[in-house]
Design a protein around this ligand. Sequence first.
Ligand SMILES: *[C@@H]1O[C@H](CO)[C@@H](O)[C@H](O)[C@H]1NC(C)=O
Ligand SMILES: *[C@@H]1O[C@H](CO)[C@@H](O)[C@H](O)[C@H]1NC(C)=O
Ligand SMILES: [Zn+2]
Length: 574
Amino acid sequence: MVFTEKQSLLPSPGPVVEPPRWRYPWALAVQVLAFVLLIKASFALLDYLDENRYNDGLAVAQCPQVEPLVPVSSSQSLVKMDDYFTTSKFRNETIARMAGAIQIPSESYDDLGPVGEDKRWDTMYDLADYLENTFPLVHSKLKLEKVNTHGLLFTWQGSDEGLSPTVFMAHQDVVPVAESTVNQWTHPPYSGDYDGYYIWGRGSMDCKNNLIGILEAVELLVDAGFKPKRTVILSFGFDEEISGKEGAAKLADVLVDRYGKDGAAVIIDEGAGTTSVWGSTFANPGVGEKGYIDVEIIIRMPGGHSSVPPAHNGIGVMSELITLIEANPYEPHFHSDNPYLSMLHCGAAHSPEFPAKVKKLLPSWKEDSCATKDRLAQEVAREGEYVKYLFTTSVAADVISGGVKNNALPERTRVLVNHRVNVGDHPSDVQSKLTKLATQIAEKYNLTVQAFNDEPETPRSIKLNANVDTLEPAPVSPTSVDTVTPYSVLSGTTRGLYGVEVLMAPGMTTGNTDTRYYWDLTKHIFRFDPGWDSEQEGFDGIHTVDEKLSVIAHIKGVQWYSRFIRNMDEADLS
Ligand SMILES: *[C@@H]1O[C@H](CO)[C@@H](O)[C@H](O)[C@H]1NC(C)=O
Ligand SMILES: *[C@@H]1O[C@H](CO)[C@@H](O)[C@H](O)[C@H]1NC(C)=O
Ligand SMILES: [Zn+2]
């Protein structure tokens, strides 16, 4: 700009015949350019300041990382035990023990009859026998109670009655292998084959690795003469894959009866693991779980001969209702204690490759603005379905039936709609929304709506029923590390084992685990697969073909359980 002023001071070469802007066109261009650059620079600066909100102490305070924690009290035999985990002898033995467990096909089926009547439960006897033969010290030193025949409840009594117990969970059952998929497996599903790196088979990751891993750890601690001050409980259900009603539900009842509400210090169950993202590695113990509701919708409309049909019959109207439901999906939304929101804060605070766009939208620690959070949710949801449904209620029509004959109009059409309820929402929100949509259709076709009541179906109606499996989202487990807490012990144990490159952040999965029955036993529930091998991140083959387990991850898992028991024993929990 100074440059153009100087230009204007130049002596005029003669009579002015043209407007100045034509004589010096580049001067105006430079002014405009400079102005644009200034504006741009200002915006860039604002952006920079905005993004770097997170690089100060406050940001890191959103996701504090605890120091590595290793057991302090020791003995010669405990030192020997720690070394033993790293020997090829242990490696060989644990591979054999895992293989043996996988070779027992403890499948659970949706249509299983009562325990004691349906013979298909009997493979659970084989598994219990196998565990008894394989872990003799666990079975001699710990008290074993069989709950509802196949639930295994081990109690390793601690010397200090005043300390509430540490509870480890795992389920003994596995998802069935469909007959038609057997030949798609690289190694047969119940072979337990070891290929030099992986152990193959159904249950190797979900979750006989945890079942065997916990038992390995306890067996070796007993062998090393470890005597816990804090009671250790192992609670192994046997029907997790079909909702846990026979196993976990009954085990939890026994434990809540015995120790009271909030009577346990912590629960560790199967769940999320450790993964690399945004240039960092995060261990993500699951601290929450979505809710669940299946809604049955029944449309009753008059029957009649299909040669003289009305313009819309029950099937048509049901189709319209489903179309309406799909056209009104749930919006992504972060409730303030959503675990994935915490994970985003952790990424913003610690990860070099965390997306700047997302960082900008993260609410700062003081503000709790819904508008910001919804913009954030929409931005993050673009990552894909797996991410989106960590903070969005899902809705899916999964089963439909209607009509009985090709020349008769359908009098009764039924559909089953499955929902996984977002943290912060409730199954009742789903019920209200469906009632509203059903009412819209009902008014159009002069039907009555019977929403979530016990009245019998009427001939011209839309009836909505909630399934008995309805479940609120799980309470979110506390993750404060200001004092010694179960989460801080878990975090310290993990970083002690893997090093400080592994960062801790709250995690969540979109499915449910057996922990749904344990909410009363403790607020500190962590769904965590502690064994990690960077070569095998994610869930290889879970619930499908070629499920397999890295032996490196498995041995790390055993070490983790062993250290966590000792760290909990030493922890001065606030
Ligand atoms: C472990 O197994 C491998 C392969 O079978 C074998 O070569 C090795 O000697 C075994 N190690 C021990 C200590 O038994
Ligand atoms: C709506 O249905 C009721 C019976 O359920 C009937 O009495 C009424 O006439 C119907 N109205 C129309 C507009 O069809
Ligand atoms: Zn499982």
